[in-house]
Design a binder for this molecule. Structure first.
Ligand code: ZN
Length: 166
């Protein structure tokens, strides 16, 4: 169990595609616990992806249940290994932030509903349907596994990115 340091843009590891996890061994389980600990430590952020703590592996944690925007519609804590979006539907634009890009937020268009498949912490195959803020949070975290940040998704860096008031 450990809170890990979050890598910050423009760290090159954040631009690197991650490798699938082939076994849920002790090292993988420790990585998953570190992701949870790091998410909770950061004022209970809504998600962290493995590359943000320097592990180039396809794992994320998401939990929007503590957030005002997500508390009415969520699956609680999601630990997702090798996640893949099977279906997506609709469009939703939200102002996104990211612990790896602490000084900025940006307007991003994403699917409003998704069906996502993954292995849970026990290695069981799961398929869930997520919508609204939870769906947006999952899509944001999954982008990290392909080396993408929300900055890569905004349509215009001049008009859709905002400096946080400090
Ligand atoms: Zn992020």
């Amino acid at each position: 169990m450990a809170v890990r340091e979050i890598l910050l843009y423009p760290d090159p590891l954040l631009k690197t595609a991650c490798e699938p996890i082939d076994s849920l061994d002790d090292a993988t389980d420790a990585l998953l616990q570190d992701l949870i600990d790091t998410m909770v430590d950061a004022g209970h952020s809504v998600g962290v992806a493995a590359p943000q703590i320097g592990a180039l592996r396809r794992a994320v944690v998401v939990d929007v249940s503590k957030s005002k925007l997500g508390r009415d519609n969520n699956h609680g804590l999601l630990v997702m290994v090798n996640p893949e979006i099977l279906e997506s539907e609709g469009e939703k634009t939200m102002r996104e932030g990211c612990m790896s890009v602490p000084e900025y937020t940006g307007n991003v268009v994403r699917a409003e509903k998704i069906v996502v498949q993954f292995l849970d912490r026990q290695g069981c195959d799961q398929v869930i349907c997520a919508s609204g803020f939870e769906a947006v949070a999952i899509q944001h975290e999954l982008d990290h596994l392909d080396g993408l940040l929300f900055l890569d998704r905004v349509s215009n860096l001049k008009t859709d990115v905002f400096r946080r008031k400090g």
